[in-house]
Design a protein around this ligand. Structure first.
Ligand code: SIN
Length: 313
């Protein structure tokens, strides 16, 4: 685990309120939380803190430090009302507007990631590997899931470390990827052709729209705004092409990257218990929900923390 002082690596990042928070002194040992590594590739469990209570700034800084080091952190035995989850989320940055998905009634910043018992196995909300809302000009820095009701087994969530996905490629391919921009779009998730699929998710209300067909370019190799480390930034759900390449050409390379970037050695997998909270960094992770169980209800509340425009090198 590194404890290096965090620095801004992008000029202009000073205007983003997310950036300066997590710096802690060199050689810092955690004072307010206990951090235990959970898996080899990413993930840590944080204990010794009640997220429903007002958190001192130093505790927030330590949680951010742990997220930068471990990419995704887990808290057990928490009990957060939607208001408390929003308050916790705001400690890490402003709300990131969530398009297409209807929020929890009375809580515009919270969405319910819900599956009803009658839904069939095989496909569910979030069950393709993705980085949240990468089709936005400024995709969310982080996402926070809080487990309200979970099945007795299955429906785990997996995360994959995209720093590792990049660093394990050959220098030649790394160099080529640094010159390329991925084309991202919500078309395969939220365009009108997808309304039927969303209607089959009994627990969630999704309003598809033609605006989902819009496209945006982001660097295929994203330099993390806080750590300065390069991460692969392409996912199966939202990356639909490569700028300047024919579709059939882009498909070959992207298919390889999708397969490479989520191999088991890069991942961690979390089996949910009621009260768990997961907080992850979308800038250097992909994640997916396992759609491997039916006959049980699953309800998690999700908030999202705003992020910055992805920059390359
Ligand atoms: C998501 O945020 O993509 C959903 C993850 C999950 O339901 O496990």
């Amino acid at each position: 685990m590194t404890n290096a002082h965090t620095t801004n690596v992008h000029a202009g990042a000073e205007s983003n309120p997310l950036i300066p928070i997590p710096a802690v002194a060199e050689g810092h040992a955690y004072q307010h939380i206990v951090v235990e590594q959970y898996a080899g590739a990413c993930g840590a469990i944080i204990s010794g803190i009640d997220l429903a209570q007002p958190l001192p700034d130093v505790a927030v800084a330590e949680i951010r430090r742990a997220i930068l080091d471990h990419l995704v952190v887990f808290f057990r035995d928490q009990s957060l009302s939607p208001e408390q989850q929003v308050e916790f989320s705001h400690r890490f940055g402003p709300y990131n507007h969530v398009p297409f998905i209807e929020p929890v009634a009375g809580h515009p910043e919270v969405i319910a990631v819900a599956r009803e018992p009658q839904e069939t196995q095989g496909f569910a909300f979030g069950s393709l590997w993705h980085s949240d809302f990468s089709f936005l000009p400024e995709p969310p820095m982080g996402s926070i899931l809080h487990a309200i009701e979970v099945p007795p087994y299955g429906a785990d969530t997996l995360w994959s470390n995209q720093y590792l996905a990049f660093s394990t490629l050959s220098p030649g391919l790394q160099q080529t990827l640094r010159t390329l921009r991925g084309i991202h779009s919500a078309t395969n998730a939220y365009s009108k052709k997808m309304q039927g699929i969303h209607d089959s998710f009994a627990g969630m209300r999704v309003q598809t729209s033609d605006t989902a067909n819009e496209v945006i370019e982001h660097p295929l190799v994203r330099i993390h705004a806080e750590t300065g480390r390069p991460a692969l930034y392409a996912d199966q759900q939202y990356t639909i092409g490569i700028a300047g390449w024919a579709n059939h050409e882009a498909k070959q390379l992207l298919d390889y990257l999708y397969q490479h970037s989520v191999q088991p050695a890069f991942t961690c997998r979390w089996q949910w218990k009621v009260g768990d909270v997961a907080f992850w960094d979308n800038r250097c992770l992909q994640h997916m929900a396992m759609a491997d169980v039916s006959g049980h209800r699953r309800l998690l509340h999700r908030t999202t923390v705003a992020g910055e425009r992805p920059l390359g090198s």
